[in-house]
Write a new protein. Sequence first.
Length: 152
Amino acid sequence: MTIITKIKDLPDEPPSYLTGTARYMWRRLVPLIKSDPTVNEMDKTMVEAFCINYQMMREAYDHIHKNGALNPIIKTVVNPVTGKIIAHDSLGFKRNPTTQILDASTVKLKALGSELGLTPKGRAELLDLKIPEDNSDKPSTAEQIKQFLKGG
């Protein structure tokens, strides 16, 4: 006896553990990609990863914008007898570690976005599948993606 179960749609509401910008991105992204008939609940982990990395990218960018991409290296010179600070010597600068978070999350977003059809290459590959859509008044997946990327 073969049991066939229907694969559920991707839920409209984000998981409770997503917060802030990740939660916002879920609510913006899911309606867009759900119009693609190949997207379902099995894609949930990928969508979560996209939303989390988007939040990490935004937070890293905000930190870098506030604190700069470089951190000064300061050596404090202390009098060994009195313990008083004698001077602060500048030894140059080092890269703000947050720039690595920005780099890594951007790379992951590009890969995940491509898999979800959110990059030009990913959209082209998805559109090449040419899965027939019903003839409703709903805009096509390509049109919805175009609107999403324009910010509308």
